[in-house]
Write a protein that binds this ligand. Structure first.
Ligand code: SF4
Length: 229
């Protein structure tokens, strides 16, 4: 486990994170022109889809925050709930239910009644990017909403970062340097009272290629569950 100096961590010992930032962008957020025009094109093509920045899902008083990369075009961008409606959600929600971080039956639609328990899910980038690949400038621009989300969770004790982009954006949102805590699947980085757990993203590509197996994914959440208990 990496221990990160608390002097560079805003949550743990330095300046508090700003509490008054908006946690959710406007549905027509114009800050990333490429993503805004992609959103407009998708709205024109699929008017029944959500096609807006996807808000975080779950309990702001939860102790666990899961940070993904960005909405999938036919997943969260279509349904409006993170990880809902595409392959990644099948593994994520099954795992959350197994470890007691969600209750109900996941049916890949936002009105399925699934409830997160002590847990919230958000993305490093709120708008769907072409080919699932946000640009560095877009990740940097959207980080203000991740910072606000972190600041709005008073009991936060654990963050699971799904993939390197989410890991690095979360570190920056916490005021930490990436070199202090390099990404590795299964790594745990302790900073003050907060633990950052790394996992490969639960995408179809990663699971089909066995970069991430369901067992590897479950072991991350087993550690989180054991630590929070
Ligand atoms: S990705 Fe974030 S900052 Fe960029 S347009 Fe969407 S909501 Fe705004």
């Amino acid at each position: 486990m990496t221990t990160i100096s608390t002097t560079e961590n805003h949550r743990a010992g330095g300046q508090p994170l700003p509490a008054l930032l908006e946690t959710e962008p406007d549905r027509n957020c114009p800050l990333c022109p490429r993503l805004a025009s992609f959103r407009e094109a998708t709205r024109a093509r699929e008017p029944a889809w959500f096609n807006s920045p996807v808000p975080s899902f779950g309990d702001p008083d939860g102790r666990l925050l899961i940070v993904g990369l960005a909405p999938g075009v036919q997943g969260a961008n279509r349904t409006g709930r993170p990880f809902t409606g595409d392959f990644a959600g099948d593994l994520l929600y099954a795992t959350l239910i197994e470890y007691g971080f969600a209750k109900g039956v996941y049916q890949a639609r936002p009105d399925d009644g699934l409830r997160l328990v002590d847990c919230r899910i958000g993305n490093a980038v709120r708008c769907v990017p072409p080919q699932n690949k946000p640009l560095p400038a877009e990740i940097n621009t959207c980080r203000q909403f991740l910072i606000a989300t972190l600041a709005s969770m008073p009991r936060l004790g654990a963050i699971v970062a799904l993939g390197r982009v989410a890991h690095e954006s979360t570190l920056k949102a916490l005021g930490l340097r990436s070199a202090a805590a390099p990404f590795a699947h299964g790594a745990i980085h302790q900073t003050g009272g907060l633990k950052l757990y790394d996992s490969y993203h639960c995408s179809r590509y990663n699971t089909n290629t066995r970069v991430l197996t369901p067992e590897m994914f479950r072991s991350v959440f087993a550690k989180v569950r054991a630590d929070l208990s």
